[in-house]
Design a protein around this ligand. Structure first.
Ligand SMILES: CC(C)(COP(=O)(O)OP(=O)(O)OC[C@H]1O[C@@H](n2cnc3c(N)ncnc32)[C@H](O)[C@@H]1OP(=O)(O)O)[C@@H](O)C(=O)NCCC(=O)NCCS
Length: 178
């Protein structure tokens, strides 16, 4: 399993996965209130790469057995006196349950809290997303509390459980926690 930067060349693979796994992904996707647009993967990749260039977001793909199987983004990146970012992720249904996402998150956390220079990383999860809650449990991230009506998900303001880690809590590699 490898995590690498998103590229425009990932368009065919991501377009296929995001369209064929609509029912699997849609309940957990962030939306912009009042805007209902059809899924446009070329636009999405362009927007992520633009944010990546500006340093606002890091956009990665998750590669398993030489195939793109999912995506991981680090958004809300702030340096200065905050030095924090937020991880979001998804994996294709066909590849769920293989422990790929926890490993991808561990690799990215090691990079963010190490070489990249963040002090704190957050992951926000809807309370009913049992699979995603397992990911942060496996990584032993700290539960900070609940943000009420925090993110617009699939058209509704949704409560989120907040998990985080700061550099002080990182003893060795995140991969060793799995
Ligand atoms: C959440 C998600 C990224 C987890 O990724 P993953 O690579 O499957 O992670 P894991 O292999 O560690 O599995 C985590 C849990 O998912 C559940 N799971 C396993 N296979 C599953 C399947 N085929 N379908 C549904 N859930 C499954 C299990 O409870 C598992 O926990 P366990 O290992 O203790 O049994 C993935 O389920 C997903 O992409 N879901 C849709 C999008 C989403 O929810 N994104 C996160 C928003 S916060």
């Amino acid at each position: 399993m490898v995590v690498r930067k998103l590229s425009r060349l990932d368009y065919p693979a991501l377009d296929y996965l995001l369209h064929s796994d609509r029912e699997w992904l849609e309940p957990w996707e962030a939306t912009t209130p009042g805007i209902r647009t059809a899924l446009d993967v070329r636009w999405l990749i362009g927007a992520l790469l633009k944010q990546h260039r500006k340093g606002e977001t890091l956009a990665f793909v998750i590669v398993y057995q030489d195939q793109v199987v999912g995506q991981l983004n680090v958004s809300n990146i702030l340096f200065g006196s905050i030095c924090s970012g937020t991880i979001g992720y998804w994996i294709a249904k066909e590849f769920a349950g293989l422990g790929i996402t926890p490993k991808a998150v561990a690799l990215v956390l090691d990079y963010l809290l190490g070489e990249y220079g963040l002090h704190r990383v957050e992951i926000d999860i809807k309370p009913e997303n049992q699979a995603s809650l397992r990911v942060v449990q496996k990584l032993k991230l700290r539960h900070e509390g609940t943000k009420l009506r925090y993110i617009n998900i699939n058209g509704k303001w949704s409560d989120h459980e907040v998990f985080a880690i700061t550099k002080e809590e990182l003893k060795g590699s995140m991969l060793d926690r799995l």
